[in-house]
Design a protein around this ligand. Structure first.
Ligand SMILES: Cc1cc2nc3c(=O)[nH]c(=O)nc-3n(C[C@H](O)[C@H](O)[C@H](O)COP(=O)(O)OP(=O)(O)OC[C@H]3O[C@@H](n4cnc5c(N)ncnc54)[C@H](O)[C@@H]3O)c2cc1C
Length: 287
């Protein structure tokens, strides 16, 4: 059946879905609002993706994804999907440039960061949510707020050129023990627990660390306090309707956008391959 298939997101999940569909003769259109590769470009070292004995950096992994796009001649449109409607069994997808119609919609739009509004108000120029934007700096003092894998991974990455302060607002860390150990051994990373930034302080940053106030002279703040599903463009399709379309096998979610706390590369890629195989089973190889 000659189904028109749309994939929203050109991260690992979207690319995996697209190339597996292409292998079955389908020709999906992928919309990507930023760069091919999505979030994984931020990873310092990916060590849990089978096939790379010594691990691989996020940047190198994205280069492979880009070559995959070229090899399979995937149809990527660098457009931002802003709205989706559904009428008469057709998804009407509106991007910042054009309107399109599709029979099948695959959402691989990943996640967006949680924001710290109080800090954003106080430090509008100095606060960041995306580590990539800080790669160009060196010899800076950067505070990272968070206590999970991402915060610790950011710290290891940025410490190659900068002095890092990890600020954990609690006492426990949520990161892998091996990341914690690496951070503790790194002389350019300073770790503070029970560290709360005092937004009312006149100093640039004052943290309360175990009851003691301490001023920190910081250039930038990087927030890594969690991420949430990126689904704003589906605002006109109710949750009930989404369930119905999923049941009717017209709407699919793949990768981080649906994986809750299990946001990992291999799972996102696996989701994509499985979804593409499922679509082939439903609609057959295209003639
Ligand atoms: C610092 C860091 C380190 C990590 N390290 C590891 C690791 O070591 N091992 C591991 O397994 N995983 C790791 N991960 C997680 C991994 O990056 C994610 O699981 C993976 O990128 C998820 O892929 P995805 O395609 O589902 O989503 P994403 O990578 O988030 O891709 C979603 C894509 O959709 C695009 N998009 C979103 N909305 C729209 C729209 N409206 N229109 C058009 N395009 C849109 C985005 O621009 C993006 O390119 C790490 C993540 C981070 C942040």
């Amino acid at each position: 059946m000659n189904k028109k298939i749309c994939i929203i997101g050109g991260g690992p999940a979207g690319i995996a879905t697209a190339f597996q569909l292409k292998r079955s003769g389908f020709d999906p259109i992928i919309f990507e609002k930023g760069n091919v590769g999505g979030l994984v470009v931020n990873a310092n070292l990916i060590e849990n993706y089978p096939g790379f004995l010594n691990g691989i950096s996020g940047i190198d992994f994205v280069e492979i994804l880009k070559k995959t796009v070229e090899k399979y001649k995937l149809d990527i449109r660098y457009e931002n999907v802003i709205n989706v409607n559904y009428k008469n069994k057709i998804f009407k997808v509106e991007t910042n440039k054009k309107k399109y119609e599709f029979n099948i919609l695959i959402v691989a739009s990943g996640t967006i960061p949680e924001h710290l509004m109080a800090l954003e108000k106080k430090y509008p120029e100095e606060i960041f949510y995306n580590v990539q934007e800080l790669f160009k700096y060196k010899s800076k003092k950067i505070a990272i707020i968070g206590s999970g894998d991402v915060a610790f991974d950011y710290a290891l990455n940025l410490s190659k050129k900068n002095e890092i302060y990890i600020l954990n607002r609690g006492t426990d860390t949520k990161c892998l023990p091996l990341l914690f150990e690496r951070v503790m051994k790194n002389k350019k990373i300073h770790y503070f627990k029970n560290a709360e930034i005092n937004v009312n302080s006149k100093k640039f940053i004052e943290i309360e660390n175990n009851g003691n106030r301490q001023g920190l002279d910081i250039d930038f703040i990087l927030c890594a306090i969690g991420r949430k599903q990126n689904l704003g463009f589906l605002k006109n399709i109710s949750k009930e309707k989404r369930q119905e379309f999923m049941k009717n096998q017209r709407l699919f979610f793949v990768g981080d956008v649906k994986n809750d706390i299990f946001r990992q590369l291999s799972i996102a890629v696996g989701d994509g391959i499985k979804t593409a195989m499922f679509i082939r089973k439903l609609y057959g190889d295209k003639e």
